[in-house]
Design a protein around this ligand. Sequence first.
Ligand code: NAD
Ligand code: UDP
Ligand code: UDP
Length: 320
Amino acid sequence: MPFENYRNSRILVTGGAGFIGSHLCERLLKTGAEVVSVDNYFTGSRRNIAHLIANPMFEAVRHDVTFPLYIEVDAIFNLACPASPIHYQRDPVQTTKTSVHGAINMLGLAKRLKARIFQASTSEVYGDPLIHPQTEDYWGNVNPIGIRSCYDEGKRCAETLFFDYWRQHGLPIKVARIFNTYGPRMQPNDGRVVSSFIVQALRGEPITVFGDGGQTRSFCYVDDLVEAITRLMVTEEAVTGPINLGNNSEFTIRELAEKVITLTGSRSQLIFKPLPQDDPRQRQPDLTKAKALLDWQPKVALEDGLKETIAYFKRTLELA
Ligand code: NAD
Ligand code: UDP
Ligand code: UDP
């Protein structure tokens, strides 16, 4: 893999102070690239990138991508967007703006610079999927007017914009549909299932299972995802994607809760709460395309990734 291509390049990461973005910045710096993080700190935090600030190859810019950005870079990773339901539903209009106006601005920037650009799309473009596992040619089953729509439809429109900038302007694009990803630097209060369950277990609070816990997700450890993203950016094709990235080991939410209880040694009990509106029943990526194109596959088993994440939350919540 021509991973060395990043050396001597200046790379823009929007959402660079977020969970995935901060890991990506770290990885890119290790390749010898210069990295500029652009973030408005809506859901990210300066703490996520505090360890990078002293590095002369790293720069952190406070900026909202819904406004134009003039900067000189060689490649753009567009990750700016709140990703957890409680965060993206807090200001749903801003969520759509971030996906749509943000994509337009970053695509306009890439067009002026003739730079390749990566889009962090999502498995949510499949909605509550009617085929299983999900392949990239599935068009999805998405409610356009529900409480998740600001995120799902914003991301769908961003994909449309990426493909139109390619068709209309010949812009090199890389589009990944990322499935549920977890790991250190998730926020303890983001309401996502992995962070919530771990924090509840460590605090000895009840574990809040929504619905009967029979719904499924497939959880990818952040290091595996970042490896795939960095490989995707350097593929030779002018257009790559959309391509599913994630882990295809599927678990019910109840199984996840039980694993977290075992690994933390917690005495927490499960409590059952109503299933949120439009909550997808099952989700598992078909990774055939990613494996063939990127010579990649997820390596970190759920138990191992959970152990790392539990250790992180113990440290940050000072429960260690
Ligand atoms: P995150 O919330 O930790 O990171 C998003 C970052 O974007 C934050 O630092 C936030 O402050 C920043 N941001 C939000 N709006 C912005 C704006 N208008 N201008 C500038 N910065 C802005 O979430 P994450 O899990 O790291 O997700 C990163 C990307 O990956 C998102 O685009 C998300 O949709 C996508 N994704 C994540 C997952 C997952 O499971 N974590 C799954 C699918 C897709
Ligand atoms: N843009 C930007 N930085 C740049 C170039 C463009 O933020 O370096 C923004 C610009 O504000 C514009 C958007 O990207 O609204 C789309 O740019 P494009 O050139 O595609 O469209 P146009 O400027 O013709 O509307
Ligand atoms: N979930 C849960 N308890 C929680 C948080 C989430 O049972 O405290 C469930 C949620 O209903 C969904 C799954 O876990 O079925 C994954 O939720 P998350 O918000 O992490 O991701 P997404 O729904 O966007 O895949």
